[in-house]
Design a protein around this ligand. Sequence first.
Ligand SMILES: [Zn+2]
Length: 254
Amino acid sequence: MFVPALDPGGPPDRSSVVVTVAAAGVAIRSGIPPEGAVFVGAIGDRQCWAVDVEELAGPDPGALDLRLLWAEVDQATWTAAGRAVQLVGWARTHRFCGRCGNPTEEVRGLRARRCPRCGLEAFPRLSPAVICLVERGDGTVLLARGPQFAAGTFSCLAGFVEPGETLEEAVAREVREEVAIEVSAIRYFDSQPWPFPHSLMIGFTAKWRSGDIEVDGTEITEASWYSPSDLPGLPSAISIARRLIDDWLDRVGH
Ligand SMILES: [Zn+2]
């Protein structure tokens, strides 16, 4: 199990997990982290540290894209690596104050960076996104694909939450915008940190209320109602989308 934390509670030892974050991906090894490493949290009783090697010349031969890493390590290590990527990415993009342009400094005892000139504080950025499996009374679900999807793969609808709206309002709006369907009975399912690059996916189920599918043609290029016996290619088990679909299949007895 991985527990995110700010304070390591003691010095690192040789069993510490060190996540090296390079441009090409991450590399994971055991050992004492170098000076300047950022504490990520604990994987069981092992400390986990992140190291930013953006400045290193040439690619790290051991570095793996975070998506590929998923198949290589256990869930706790993958979640820790995702947090390492997000913390390093945040530090890289918040070196200067967004208000006055002055260099920022780390704040002791807080996961934050502060501008010593104007006092503006920046916290690790999280972009909440909703993802929803829409079910219809005839036992089918709405699955869709966008232009960037792997060939033949269909998934749930998803989108970022706008400032000023609730999660449920974001679900209703995204479904309406992408496929022109109105939904009701929007229910929370589960959530998942999604470090690509700094999202939090919040999963929902909903029921079709009205409308015929009409794709927006940009975010969604194809969408249809599918029954359990006639499913298209599904997303990999890395994502909460697949868990939403698998949960539905369990519920309808497939
Ligand atoms: Zn400032």
